[in-house]
Design a protein around this ligand. Structure first.
Ligand SMILES: Cc1cc2nc3c(=O)[nH]c(=O)nc-3n(C[C@H](O)[C@H](O)[C@H](O)COP(=O)(O)OP(=O)(O)OC[C@H]3O[C@@H](n4cnc5c(N)ncnc54)[C@H](O)[C@@H]3O)c2cc1C
Ligand SMILES: *[C@@H]1O[C@H](CO)[C@@H](O)[C@H](O)[C@H]1NC(C)=O
Ligand SMILES: *[C@@H]1O[C@H](CO)[C@@H](O)[C@H](O)[C@H]1NC(C)=O
Ligand SMILES: *[C@@H]1O[C@H](CO)[C@@H](O)[C@H](O)[C@H]1NC(C)=O
Length: 565
């Protein structure tokens, strides 16, 4: 084995570490309330509502047309279908039958096979102009069908600062609706237990045990992987749908909104959408009277579709020759991604695979999470990583990461093409704002405290002088962690993503507090593009809640206005 703490690694290996591959073992939470009929060998019952887009009529009529069958789109559709005829248009396929998507062990492979343009690849890769490799879900279930499965509710401040007037009782009921179906309690093994103990030694207290709530201190969160490592995603919430009212088209790529201008009110209104099926044929989905189009295409997809439909900054749209339907200057702006920074080391003792199970919620602007990953190591000839000729093909590494809250640094997206299939060009401007740098310095200093805890001693190697130390893979934390400048430099130098990008259609700028697109009738946005702050430690819980919550709100609103008629 290698000696010393600094190890030469290949670029290839570092790239793999981008994709912190994470694995989990979990036990059911609560133990008895999950559906037993949807095991992975049996096709889920929602598949009865799914068909390829080419099988849909060239023109059809719906009360609600939902663009994107993702994390927020599926619970929204399931809810609205209780009372109304609903269509989901999803550009990707389904996860059933794809082992990498169905099992926690496939997390890394899915990301390694991510492809920018192959429509059959469930993870669409993109590199932001900041130079950070990133990914978007492209499958029914959206990013919840490719993610790391950690589940934790939003912080209290999120509900006061998000610009929406939340009914907190309905929020709780909506979270519970999600959790009954797809959230499990994980069982900690060696690495996650050590991280919990290390966080507590480092002062990230109190210990809050297992809880789905956001609370400062250290806790065990929920998981969307069950005890056998099978994934649930937002698509599993479709089992709540009224099957006779919901149609789901896959490989349905929405190209633009159909908009009409009213001669009486000078305002424009959504009347349907134009989509392309897997054979390249065009279909129209049209709204019935009093219906709505809802964009749930995610933080990259929803602003992209507004721009392609002529809703956005007038000069920008004109530069592409896109006819302007409505001048809305901030479409694509206020786009954010929470930077991720951390360290990875080779542990001296064998470790199980583990996905994020424990989180440290500090009071200094950062969240600490961890994983122990098996990374495939293809042993390229030039590597100095393993000297033994019998080098294993797979290595387990341990990772500690810090994610800052917020962030405050904002970027924007712009079109790469007028073809919706090409992902927009995005820029996040990581660490543009000095407060984000300070949060990162605070978070990475806390990582240093965790590394110095007794709980971490077991993972160190003894060097030839008999001194125990970590064997870092990639950059170690700066030696003098009290030096702010060096820590800030580490933050900038080692930035990667935890895939929690959000914004692009934020509340107050693009949508109002009912998530209606400002200036356009019958059009809402329900997904992560409306947030200017990432909710809690990890967003998926709140995005699924949002889908359920707005579905209920819209049903109630419509019933109330019907009473008035
Ligand atoms: C690799 C990875 C790991 C993550 N790990 C975690 C985690 O452990 N815990 C956590 O809480 N969060 C995690 N996240 C973040 C979380 O999954 C996302 O924030 C969340 O899923 C976003 O939800 P959304 O509804 O906004 O968008 P999405 O779920 O991405 O849904 C958008 C959907 O719209 C579809 N779409 C887009 N454009 C079109 C179009 N033109 N026509 C038709 N369909 C279209 C897409 O295919 C997609 O299905 C992770 C994300 C990734 C990518
Ligand atoms: C649906 O379309 C996909 C992608 O083109 C194709 O692989 C699949 O065979 C189609 N399924 C059916 C039932 O036609
Ligand atoms: C919602 O749930 C949270 C956390 O479980 C709890 O603290 C809060 O009081 C609940 N709010 C309402 C209005 O029920
Ligand atoms: C960073 O940590 C210090 C010390 O805990 C705290 O005073 C400061 O407010 C934190 N900075 C931010 C941006 O949260």
């Amino acid at each position: 084995m290698v000696e010393g703490s600094s190890i030469t690694v290949t670029i290839q290996f570092l790239l793999l570490l981008f994709f912190t591959s994470i694995f989990i073992s979990a036990s059911s939470f609560p133990q008895d309330s999950h559906s037993q009929d949807e095991h992975q060998d049996k096709p889920p019952s929602y598949l009865k509502m799914v068909a390829n887009a080419s099988e849909f009529p060239l023109e059809d009529y719906y009360d609600y047309i939902i663009v994107g069958g993702g994390t927020a789109g599926c619970p929204l559709a399931a809810t609205l279908s209780q009372n109304y005829r609903v269509l989901i248009l999803e550009r990707g396929g389904i996860s059933h039958g794809r082992l990498n998507l169905m099992n926690q062990e496939g997390f890394l492979n899915t990301l390694l096979n991510a492809n920018a343009n192959n429509e059959d690849s469930p993870a669409q890769s993109f590199v932001s102009e900041d130079g950070v490799l990133n990914a978007r879900g492209r499958v029914l279930g959206g990013s919840s069908a490719i993610n790391a499965g950690f589940y934790s509710r939003a912080d209290r401040e999120f509900f006061t600062n998000s610009g929406l007037l939340w009914d907190l009782k309905l929020v709780n009921e909506s979270y519970e609706w999600v959790e009954r179906e797809i959230v499990f309690r994980p069982q900690l093994k060696t690495w996650q237990s050590a991280v919990r103990d290390g966080l507590l030694e480092a002062g990230v207290g109190p210990y809050n045990g297992f809880t789905l709530d956001h609370a400062s201190g250290t806790k065990i969160g929920g998981s969307t992987f069950d005890s056998s490592g099978k994934r649930r995603s937002s698509a599993d919430l479709l089992r709540y749908a009224r099957h006779s009212n919901l149609r789901i088209a896959v490989y349905a790529s929405v190209e633009r909104l159909l908009l009409a201008s009213s001669s009486t009110t000078f305002s424009s209104s959504a009347i349907g959408v134009l989509y392309r099926d897997e054979n390249g044929k065009y279909h129209h989905a049209i709204l019935k009277d009093r219906g709505e189009v809802i964009l749930s295409a995610g933080a990259i997809g929803s602003p992209q579709l507004l721009l392609l439909s002529g809703i956005g900054p007038r000069p920008y749209l004109s530069s592409w020759g896109i006819p302007v339907t409505h001048h809305l200057p901030y479409v694509g702006h206020f786009l954010y991604d929470n930077p991720r920074n951390g360290i990875t080391f080779l542990p001296s003792i064998p470790l199980e695979h583990s996905l994020i199970q424990v989180v440290g919620i500090t009071n200094s602007g950062a969240y600490i999470e961890a994983a122990s990953n098996v990374v495939p190591f293809s042993s390229p000839p030039q590597t100095a990583f393993i000297r033994s000729p019998a080098s294993p093909l797979y290595l387990t590494v341990a990772t500690l990461i810090s994610k800052i809250s917020g962030p405050l640094s904002a970027g924007f997206l712009r079109l790469a093409s007028t073809d919706v299939r090409f992902s927009p060009i995005v820029r996040f401007n990581y660490f543009d704002n000095a407060v984000d740098v300070e949060r990162c310095v605070n978070g990475t200093r806390k990582l240093g405290d965790v590394l110095r805890s007794r709980a971490m001693n077991d993972f160190k190697f003894r060097n030839w002088l008999g001194v125990r130390d970590f064997r870092f893979i990639g950059p170690a934390l700066p030696h003098d962690q009290s030096d702010y400048g060096e820590m800030a430099d580490f933050c900038r130098r080692t930035v990667s993503t935890i895939w929690h990008y959000h914004g692009g259609c934020v509340v107050g700028r693009v949508v109002d507090s009912h998530l209606k697109v400002i200036g356009i009738d019958s059009l809402r946005i329900v997904d992560g593009s409306v947030f200017s702050i990432s909710p809690g430690t990890n967003p998926q819980a709140t995005l699924m809640m949002l889908g359920r919550y707005f579905g209920l709100k819209m049903i109630r609103e419509r019933e109330r206005s019907t009473d008035d008629l």
